[in-house]
Write a protein that binds this ligand. Structure first.
Ligand SMILES: [Zn+2]
Length: 290
């Protein structure tokens, strides 16, 4: 039976025999234990010391070999419980109490586990220009190391910031100076470079505006962004909202099409309603922009 809470995990992995079997299932899923030094599969076991021994090169190794816990004096059981806890975002305070290690050790364990996970997932962080104590990940996460309260300094362990989804579906982050910014442009600025003239942050191939992973954002022309939004169906229809999210540039383009195509064709091209285009063309609608 798999554990369901951190305390259950600690009790479960207190049995080092269970830990060894658990690791063996993960590391050698086909059941063939291979020597990490010579590759031989003639492996003996020193049960009393929870060690394995190669019958060819005669080297000994533990089930921790080749993992992030390999060089740690802490036993496999504590590590497995900590890895289990990290999945559920336990704090170093909770972990040190549960594992009976110092908080410093617990913090170092969590940091090592999280770093390994980030490397495995290809996650990288870059500083946010002009925002000391903040960083952004290529997974679209935003982090701060600022402490709380007056006299706070950017010297705390990194913690992930909560994002807010704005009414257009974009993820926004609030900084300590109370200003807020969209996350997509922060990711692009950090990993690609500043926004080229005439371009904006566009989302795709996945047209979800809340998907700010580096592979889903790009600097591109506004017109292409509109095409994205139209496909995704996230664009506000001009006549359903008092204030539309259509920009001045789009309105200018719509107006320039007057007489060259039908209202419906212009509406389709920009993802607007036919009625809205009609209002623009007839001048019945003021050039209100977002
Ligand atoms: Zn060997």
């Amino acid at each position: 039976m798999e554990p369901e809470t951190l305390m259950e995990a600690v009790r479960y992995f207190a049995d080092l025999e269970i830990c060894d079997l658990y690791m063996r299932r993960i590391k050698w899923p086909d059941g063939h234990v291979a020597c990490p030094f010579c590759g031989s599969e003639r492996i003996g076991e020193i049960k009393s010391r929870h060690l394995l021994r190669c019958k060819d090169c005669r080297k000994q190794f533990s089930h921790k070999v080749g993992t992030l816990m390999e060089d740690s004096p802490l036993d496999l059981g504590k590590w497995l419980a900590a890895i289990y806890g990290s999945v559920y975002h336990v704090s170093s305070v909770q972990l040190c109490a549960a594992l009976d290690v110092t908080q410093k050790s617990a913090w170092a364990m969590l940091r090592r586990i999280n770093t390994a996970r980030e490397i495995a997932m290809g996650i990288e962080y870059r500083p946010i220009k002009g925002r000391a104590g903040y960083r952004v990940g290529n997974d679209g996460s935003v982090w701060t190391c600022w402490g709380n309260g007056p006299g706070a300094k950017p010297d705390r362990p990194w913690r992930q910031l909560k994002v807010r989804i704005d009414r257009d579906g974009y993820r926004r982050i609030s900084f300590r100076d109370k200003t807020a910014e969209k996350v997509g442009p922060l990711v692009l600025t950090a990993f690609v470079g500043p926004c080229p003239d005439g371009m904006e942050c566009c989302h795709g191939p996945n047209n979800n505006p809340a998907d700010d992973r580096l592979e889903n954002v790009r600097w591109d022309r506004h017109i292409n962004n509109i095409a994205d939004k139209r496909t995704a169906g996230t664009m506000a229809r001009g006549d359903k909202h008092g204030k539309t999210k259509v920009t001045e540039a789009t309105i200018t383009e719509v107006l320039s099409l007057k007489g060259t195509c039908t209202q419906q064709q212009a509406a389709d091209k920009f993802g607007l309603s036919r009625g809205y285009v009609g209002q623009l063309w007839s001048g019945a609608r003021a050039r209100v922009t977002a």
